[in-house]
Design a protein around this ligand. Sequence first.
Ligand SMILES: [Zn+2]
Ligand SMILES: [Zn+2]
Length: 368
Amino acid sequence: MSMELVFLGTGAAYPSPYRSASALVLRTEGDCWLFDCGEGTQTQLMRSHLKAGRITKIFITHLHGDHMFGLPGLLCTLSLNCSTTAGKEQQPVHIYGPAGLRKFLRVSLELSNSQLLFPYIVHEFVPTADQSPTEGMIDSVKTECDGELHPQEQEGRTIYLDPEEKCYTLLENEQFVVKAFRLYHRIPSFGFTVQERERPGRLNVEKLKELGVRPGPAYGKLKNGESVVLENGVTVHSADVVQTSIPGRKVCILGDCSGLIDDAVQRLCWEADVLVHEATLDDTQKDKALEHGHSTPSMAADFANSCQAKQLVLNHFSQRYKPSSLLKDDDENNIMEMKLQAASVFKGNEVIIAEDFLSVGVPIKKKS
Ligand SMILES: [Zn+2]
Ligand SMILES: [Zn+2]
């Protein structure tokens, strides 16, 4: 299965003609998962090769406007373009984000009298008090969302921190497990780890035939790792007839942050195939970055090293850093300097600078 990350917005704070506000898509065959939805995300989607109608899940890292002001508008446009076939029930769009997102969306859609042609569900995760300075915490009275659901809204889950694993399990399906983890920022921020499940090896049917194993329960046992004794007394071992399994890929996407809450994050991001980390300001501006709850390239690389990530993508740049294609010789704020700052620290394969519409493939791993 092919898998790619497509960056739709790589700028911090506000959208500009060079860098739109935060948004990126993890595309797998047939499915698009959107991570953050800053203002302008819908026009960026239209300019990209992606199909907005394929978005089935949306994940929001935190409630700063540059990460979610595009959400109500995007949903309304998806609805305009959504084809309703009589008798065919529309699948809901699942939206995951910090507590308060449900209310933001409900109020936005209600006050603008927006109706959608598909249902939506908001699953909220509840931050802890150590994720931001005191003034960054929103009182739970303000984020609470009692009262009636929006006509197209279905009841979502409220997810609390797993006290042992120190993370939030958002979804588990046949292909993926997605978890959220806590980050430190001016307001509570989160990262996501998308772990593809290991794909079990296929049965070598040719060999099974050769050995005289007939299709049926024996096939199931062998696939489960058990051995089978044939009528002629010969024992067939699973390892002889099952091909090696293919390990799952891991993609980690971090929201705005100047630090971690605990070392659970390293465990969750351990050996990430691709790690997307913010680098709002360059290393020479580290004090300012920290003051505003942000990271620099070498901070991102230090974190990537601590979890032995294979590939690091720097993202969420201050608008002062123009894309490399627009750089002038005398530009003081050189994005390529940021790449060098991270590369001088990072021990993995490669440091990539995210630009709007950049696509980063996540290759299938070798068999284990
Ligand atoms: Zn931001
Ligand atoms: Zn932020």
